[in-house]
Write a protein that binds this ligand. Structure first.
Ligand code: ADP
Length: 293
């Protein structure tokens, strides 16, 4: 990899000289390859992917900017994104990770609730983004159920059909698609700014004890969708949830709706990674349809 173009872009974005001394490959990303780019007094975190995926990095860059603007949750500062001959790239402030504690868990819970208190007049966002590597539509809508039906559940079900998952999944999915309003009988979602992809792998704590979130898939939507995802793969503590609820308690119907929201991510995993997630999606649908009838 020739780091010349990227280091020049860093220089013009920051207005400071940046002469690369070394580049270390980092493990961990699901989608992109990651590097630490080191100069004598500064380092940056770089994500690389193929040149045609620039829009994915532009959306991540915009998401980090939007989260940072709220001054609620902390994020790595986005520096620049762009293209070289063979790659698209995203440059972020490099974070040295530290250890979480009860105090940092509580702080993150509180900050997430404060993030969700940042609201808009519409559901959606000013641009589409990606969830994993799947396109996530964010066309603005006044109506949450229409937004979710068309741009979340319906979109993933259609993709699943294209990927060959027909039969029971589609039949149950269609019933949920038609009858999902029942789950919202006595609950009116508000358009909160969401991280959008908040699993434990996208949250950490820096060396100074400041919790951080990264790799967002932002949009304005029901905050329950963000909370649900924190529960999907685990990793967030009771302190985190207690601190969240102390700022902004959740509606009791969340207990059922969290499965509804997480179905989106399980369908996305089915579409990205294949068959293992089929049974999980089907059993979530069975549970949800039992609630509806
Ligand atoms: P991907 O989009 O490929 O999933 P992530 O944004 O999740 O990549 O980053 C992959 C890993 O790199 C994370 O799990 C985290 O450990 C580390 N990481 C992410 N952002 C930074 C950063 N700004 N500084 C240092 N390490 C980071």
């Amino acid at each position: 990899m020739n780091w010349q173009v990227i280091s020049e872009q860093i220089e013009s974005a920051t207005g400071q000289a940046f002469k690369v001394l070394s580049a270390h490959s980092l493990a961990g990303g699901d989608i992109n390859s990651a590097y630490r780019l080191q100069a004598c007094d500064k380092s940056y975190f770089i994500k690389l992917n193929s040149a045609d995926l620039l829009a994915m990095f532009e959306a991540e860059f915009a998401g980090l900017q939007e989260l940072a603007r709220t001054q609620t949750v902390c994020v790595p500062a986005p520096v620049v994104c762009g293209q070289t001959a063979g790659h698209s790239f995203l440059v972020l402030e490099h974070i040295e990770f530290g250890c979480s504690s009860q105090a940092t868990d509580r702080l993150l819970g509180q900050q997430l609730a404060q993030l969700h208190q940042q609201q808009q007049a519409y559901f959606g966002w000013h641009r589409d983004n990606t969830i994993g590597s799947t396109l996530q539509l964010n066309r603005k809508s006044d109506d949450w159920l229409t937004f979710w039906r068309e741009q979340r559940l319906g979109m993933q079900l259609k993709l699943a059909a294209k990927n060959g998952y027909s039969g029971r999944l589609q039949a149950s999915g269609e019933r949920l698609y038609n009858d999902m309003a029942v789950l919202f009988d006595s609950y009116l979602p508000q358009p909160s700014l969401l991280h959008g992809d908040l699993w434990a792998g996208n949250a950490a704590v820096d060396k100074q004890g400041c919790p951080l979130v990264f790799d967002p898939a932002c949009y304005y939507g029901d905050r329950e969708a963000d909370l649900a995802m924190t529960e999907l793969f685990g990793g967030f503590s009771q302190d985190f949830y207690a601190a969240y609820q102390a700022v902004w308690p959740l509606d009791k119907g969340y207990a059922v709706r969290k499965t509804f929201y997480n179905l989106y991510h399980i369908l996305n995993h089915l579409n990205l990674f294949g068959g293992g997630y089929l049974r999980q999606a089907e059993s979530m649908l069975t549970m949800l349809l039992a609630e509806i009838n």
